[in-house]
Write a protein that binds this ligand. Structure first.
Ligand code: 5AD
Ligand code: SF4
Length: 540
């Protein structure tokens, strides 16, 4: 029998991308093959996101397309994975009969058996085709068994870059799952469950294996990474190993660690990874929660040169009144204190984040406070979102969505324009400096389009890996996440730069990106481009 081909499409955040990578590794080990074309696949999987309505609408339209193919007689197994499955529950199966299996983000270890059950028997019951946590992950008694299985999925990830389907040089490692914050607009605490921290040894082991397999950049993932805290001896598996454990209450960040308890904090975790896995050239982390971001973390970043000085710490709003309605737990002043302290300890740090416009009851004055914040703080970029009421959140029940879509759009554009001005200023301050850039891709055409926060760029990639790359542009990122483009050195093959860290003189900037020139690069023996790049070749 020929292998079953799977098409897996991912929506939403980096956490979902990692989940998809794990699913891909898990199914590959079981003999499934993957295709980039849904038409070639017998199993179509959508790993979905519920954070905003827009992300869900895209999935519904994909479900419609596959539904038509099934009606036309094609034998396809359709699975919805991730947050939409968890949020919609069984009602999604009822409303979309073309959906065969559903698997929440906390149950992905069960996916192979769901696929198996559905393929073996068309008559498989809904229960056999569905794995959802419900609110189980918030009941601590059931936690360890659930998390243990999930922990095994992370632990058993494929380290072969081809099997895992990831770029070999940049990898992601989860440190916490779920979230305990309950911001009133956010579905994540419902779909991904309670905050659970992985044992530090598991994380370090995973980082080491990824580095051994060729990763030079590792990004640690969590909804609120700086809340990472592992109390040793508090949770063990039946065979005595350390197990994933539920996070402490937020009060834990205000108090000293009790005597006699051995705890690994986020700062200590960072330092251990930095010191124990020296072949990681860049260690990043997202997303930080602006409160409880201790000085110890900033000082560890300062002392460990391979930890990237990049803080993605969403402010969400500049208005104290709105921050309170959002249940963010800090004021604008406290955010500003955090940013000032970060820049004092790490003067080269870049700060980025997210803002929501049009939160219920947001007045012109509230919105102006967000604008003022974007004008005054040196945000490298911000993703800006229009508020969308999400079923299951506190906000949808408590606050009518009273800001019209027109006004949300207007505020979104105003804030985007202000952010562009701030980004341009932040970028301009880097011109003239030499920085290390990790080259991520080769672009055969310069085509930069601002989307949302001005950081997502659309490029025409050198998809066929053509060897004629003499006119190609290299694109990469600095440790502070500045996007840098540069010409390929004369006579060089651009593809051989991908996945390498090279020194670049930053020569020019815009709101979106920096343009620079490669300086002498011993690894490839290429001569410097500095002085040969004319100003008018720079990206607008
Ligand atoms: N509406 C709009 N934006 C949202 N986000 C989360 N929930 C919502 C919502 N209901 C944004 C926040 C968060 C980012 C991942 O998505 O800014 O930081
Ligand atoms: Fe959602 Fe707030 Fe948790 Fe972020 S911190 S995932 S916005 S609830």
């Amino acid at each position: 029998m020929s292998a079953t081909t799977v098409y897996l499409e991912t929506f939403g955040c980096q956490m979902n991308e990692l989940d998809s990578e794990l699913v891909r590794g898990q199914l590959s080990t079981l003999g499934y093959t993957f295709s980039d074309n849904p038409d070639d696949a017998q199993v179509v999987l959508f790993n979905t996101c519920s954070v905003r309505e827009h992300a869900e609408s895209k999935v519904y339209s994909r479900l419609g397309i596959v539904g038509k193919r099934k009606l036309a007689g094609e034998n396809i197994l359709l699975g919805v994975l991730g947050c939409m499955a968890e949020r919609d529950g069984l009602s999604l199966l009822q409303r979309y009969p073309q959906v065969d299996i559903m698997c929440g983000p906390g149950e992905l270890d069960k996916l192979p058996s769901l696929i198996d059950a559905a393929r073996r028997s068309e008559a498989a019951t809904a229960a056999e085709r569905t794995a959802l946590a419900g609110n189980r992950t918030r009941r601590s008694a059931a936690l360890s068994a659930v998390q243990d299985d999930l922990e095994n999925l992370d632990l058993s990830r494929a380290f072969d870059p081809v099997v895992a389907g990831r770029s070999a040089f940049a990898a992601q490692v989860r440190i916490t799952r779920g979230c305990n914050k309950f911001c009133t607009y956010c579905v994540v605490p419902n779909t991904r469950g309670a905050e659970v921290h992985r044992p530090p040894d598991h994380i370090i082991d995973e980082c080491r294996k990824l580095a051994d397999a060729g990763a030079i950049e590792i990004t640690l993932l969590g909804q609120t990474v700086n809340h990472y805290r592992y109390e040793h001896g508090a949770a063990v598996t039946i065979d005595g190993r350390e197990a994933a454990q539920i996070g402490p209450g937020l009060a834990a960040f205000r108090a000293a660690i009790p005597a006699g308890k051995r705890v690994t904090t986020f700062a200590q975790l960072l330092r251990r990874i930095h010191d124990e896995v020296p072949h990681i050239a860049r260690l990043r982390f997202v997303t930080s929660y602006p409160r409880d971001f201790g000085r110890d973390i900033l000082e560890t970043m300062r002392d460990c040169p391979r930890i990237c000085r990049y803080l993605h710490a969403p402010a969400q709003s500049g208005s104290d009144r709105i921050l309170k309605l959002m249940n963010r737990g800090y004021t604008r002043g406290e955010y500003e204190t955090f940013a000032a302290e970060a820049l004092e300890i790490l003067p080269d740090a870049t700060i980025a984040g997210d803002f929501i416009v049009g939160f219920p009851t947001e007045t012109d004055e509230d919105f102006e406070a967000s604008c003022d914040m974007v004008r005054k703080l040196p945000f490298k970029n911000n993703f800006i979102f229009k508020y969308s009421p999400r079923p299951g959140t506190v906000a949808i029940d408590r606050f009518p969505d009273d800001i019209s879509n027109e006004l949300k759009k207007l505020r979104n554009n105003v804030l985007l324009n202000l952010q562009s001005e701030t980004s341009a200023r932040v970028h301009a301050a880097w011109v003239g400096r030499t920085v290390d850039v990790l080259i991520e891709e080769v672009c055969t055409q310069r085509d930069a389009q601002p989307i949302r926060g001005g950081v997502e760029l659309r490029w025409e990639r050198n998809a066929n890996n053509s060897t004629d790359t003499s006119r190609a542009t290299l694109r990469g990122r600095t440790a502070g996440d500045l996007i840098v483009s540069m010409d390929t050195p004369h006579g060089a093959n651009a593809n051989e730069f991908v996945g390498r860290i090279v020194p670049v003189l930053l020569q020019n900037s815009s709101a979106l990106l920096m343009h620079g020139a490669l300086i002498a690069h011993p690894a490839t023996g290429h001569k410097s481009n500095v002085g040969t790049t004319s100003a008018n070749t720079l990206v607008p």
